[in-house]
Design a protein around this ligand. Structure first.
Ligand code: PGA
Length: 236
């Protein structure tokens, strides 16, 4: 089971360090058999080996070791911190930062060539949900993505459920994860989109669900610890 915190553009270097200290103390006291990950902002990255119970990841990178890409960070910068897990395809990068499927596929191939763990994010906007062509839309987000990669996990995050406080209905999540599972087989499938302490247990209990990618509800370390505790108590 993967329980991942996406900090987005929140937490400074100092508050990230405080957060990870608190999380580490919790995991020392209550060891979790989940794969716990945290994705801080680029300027708040810390040495990954400082926190043995937590995998520190990058929300973003440019698909190059280094070079002339103003404002971007490359593999060299992630390597300095020992970062080996990344998010790719998050809807905020697809929509706000205008990342195309072609560019996302380049990032994916680059991450794969570096042997990084990837959480590959997909999700439909509300109008697609209403039109009923959800799976068609989601499969199009796999264009150029080699799914035969042992370090791949896929996060289904309906755009209309992200940051809204209203997650998708359990039946909607189940239908999409089951459809993904039929094709993606053993690739771990996560759900993201307004996950919180109220709905996590039911979501993780779905047979095709292998974890959660959490934004808002993971910004507070104590609340993220509660989510981890809930995950620990879900028996499959
Ligand atoms: P949210 O964000 O939990 O705040 O909806 C999830 C995400 O964007 O990964």
């Amino acid at each position: 089971m993967i329980i991942a915190a996406n900090f987005k553009t929140n937490h400074t270097r100092e508050s990230t360090a405080n957060y990870l200290e608190a999380l580490s103390l919790f995991l020392d006291a209550y060891p979790a058999d989940c794969d716990i990950r945290a994705y801080p902002a680029a300027s708040s990255l810390l040495k990954a080996d400082l926190y043995p119970h937590v995998k520190l990841g990058a929300q973003n990178f440019y698909p190059a070791l280094n070079g002339a890409y103003t404002g971007e960070i490359g593999a060299q910068h992630l390597n300095e911190f020992g970062i080996k897990t990344v998010l790719i395809g998050h809807s905020e990068r697809r929509t706000i930062l205008k990342e195309t499927q072609d560019f996302i596929a380049k990032k994916y191939a680059f991450a794969r060539s570096n042997g990084w763990e990837i959480i590959y994010c997909i999700g439909e906007p509300r109008e697609v949900r209403e039109s009923g062509s959800v799976m068609e839309y989601l499969w199009a987000e796999f264009e150029g993505i080699d799914i035969n990669y042992e370090k791949l996990s896929v996060a289904y995050e309906p755009i209309w459920a992200i940051g809204t406080g209203v997650s998708a209905q359990i039946q909607e999540i189940a239908e999409v994860l089951d459809a993904l599972k039929a094709k993606l087989k053993n690739i771990p499938l996560l759900y993201g989109g307004s996950v919180n302490t109220e709905n996590l247990r039911e979501i993780l209990s779905l047979k095709s669900c292998g974890g959660a990618l959490v934004g808002n509800a993971a910004l507070d370390a104590a609340n993220f610890c509660k989510l981890i505790q809930i995950a620990q108590n879900v028996r499959k």
